[in-house]
Ligand binder design. Structure first.
Ligand code: ADP
Length: 397
């Protein structure tokens, strides 16, 4: 069964066509600058040269049309006709409290998905545009929505209610939702498999450390707590996002700098994090290089990132009766040997003992803890597209 996975942003669209039985990626690609001059699709069929298609894409429908043509193209396509696509899995950022699992996108479900736009005005409209365009072009192909928030709907109220007047939860659904759910779910299932522990028995701390970062406390295979909140701004220090700060800073800076709410929101999302502190870059490779050359602020930003990760690992271990493993995933978690080592080094007294030699890996599934470490440490490259394709297959089978 071949599943097309689509991740639609406001001006870009990523796609993969996956043969789900073999778990093979047949092709993948990126449509860029949708609605902007100079739009193009970079299409990468597995085992063949990549192709760049430069064509005007005034809207998402046109982008998807080009993607479908590329996937089934006589020269660089990987299937003979679009009919071979059994279903399409769409990534949707916010599923609110409505969606606690992936779901078939019927007309009724689409109405509910539109109700979640209020909670993610920057992301959900683009996701929905992508689904609508696909439905128009492939009216007979089932569509499935896979929500970033859904995996975290198992959190207990004690972890999702904010300590502000309860009426705001009732009136506006203000609560912790959490994000990166597809990634946390994927690595949880992989960890259970690797460690040979039943999914409903496994307790983990999963650390998705990338440009955006979040940590999840997994109890019995389910999300019990997570660092991101109503939006992806809360929690860890990120590439350009501030994570947890004293909320009183918001009106304080607003008054001092004469910024309105949107101005402060922009500062916290785009000008903060390791970028804001270092003044150099949001990319950890740049920061590691600068720190090695003696740049104090680059070092400070990396130390702050590390410190926040450790704080949450410690905090989440108090929520579960035992911890089977700490899992590292995403760009930094999979690739930064030095960051994994510095996070784990001071956690030995908590039963988390890293083996520096085993830890000398990048982007590969492996156990990097010492043999005598009571809590295992795993590196698991995330694969959100495969998770979306699996959920999609399960719903249409
Ligand atoms: P996102 O999907 O959120 O955009 P990724 O999961 O791709 O982000 O992670 C991007 C981050 O991973 C960047 O900060 C990048 O510097 C970091 N990263 C990638 N490779 C390495 C590496 N070899 N060493 C250190 N950091 C790395």
């Amino acid at each position: 069964m071949k599943i097309l996975v689509i991740n639609c942003g406001s001006s870009s669209l990523k796609y993969q066509l996956i043969d789900i039985e073999k778990e093979d990626v047949l092709c993948k690609g990126l449509a860029e600058r949708i609605g902007i001059e100079g739009s193009r699709v970079v299409h990468e069929p597995t085992g063949m040269e990549k192709v760049t298609i430069e064509e005007a894409m005034p809207d998402h429908k046109k982008a998807i049309e080009i993607v479908l043509n590329s996937v089934a193209h006589p020269e660089y396509g990987v299937i003979k006709s679009m009919d071979e696509i059994a279903a399409v899995g769409h990534r949707v950022v916010h599923g609110g409290e409505v969606f606690n699992d992936s779901t078939l996108l019927t007309d009724e479900v689409m109405d509910k998905a539109r109700e979640c736009i209020d909670l993610a005005p920057l992301h959900n409209p683009a996701n929905i545009m992508g689904i609508e365009a696909c439905k128009e072009l492939m009216p007979d192909t089932p569509m499935v929505g896979v929500f970033d928030t859904a995996f975290h709907q198992t959190m207990p109220a004690v972890n999702y209610i904010y300590a502000i007047p309860y009426e705001y939860y009732e009136k506006y659904a203000i609560r912790r939702y959490g994000f990166h759910g597809t990634s946390h779910k994927y690595v949880t299932e992989r960890a259970a498999d690797i460690l040979g522990i039943d999914l409903d028995k496994i307790n983990l701390i999963t650390c998705h450390l990338g440009n955006g970062s979040s940590i999840t406390c997994i109890e019995g295979g389910k999300s019990r707590n997570t660092t991101m909140g109503l939006t992806p701004l809360e929690g860890l220090v990120m590439g350009t996002r501030c994570g947890d700060i004293d909320p009183a800073i918001i009106p304080f800076i607003g008054r001092k700098e004469n910024l309105d709410y949107d101005g402060v929101d922009n500062m916290m999302n785009k000008e903060s994090g390791v970028y804001g502190v270092s003044g150099i870059s949001s990319d950890f490779r740049d920061l590691e290089d600068a720190a090695k050359e003696g740049n104090e602020r680059a070092k400070l930003s990396l130390d702050m990132f590390e410190s926040k990760v450790k704080k949450y690992i410690g905090a989440y271990m108090t929520e579960i009766d035992h911890t089977d493993a700490i899992v590292f995933t995403a760009g930094i978690g999979e690739n930064s040997i030095s960051m994994r080592e510095s996070i784990c080094k001071s956690l030995e007294h908590m039963g988390i003992k890293i083996d520096p030699e085993k830890n000398n890996v990048r982007g590969k599934e492996c156990i990097v803890s010492a043999d005598d470490s009571p809590i295992k440490i795993l590196v698991i490259p995330t694969n959100e597209e495969l998770m979306i394709a699996k959920d999609t297959m399960n719903l249409v089978k």
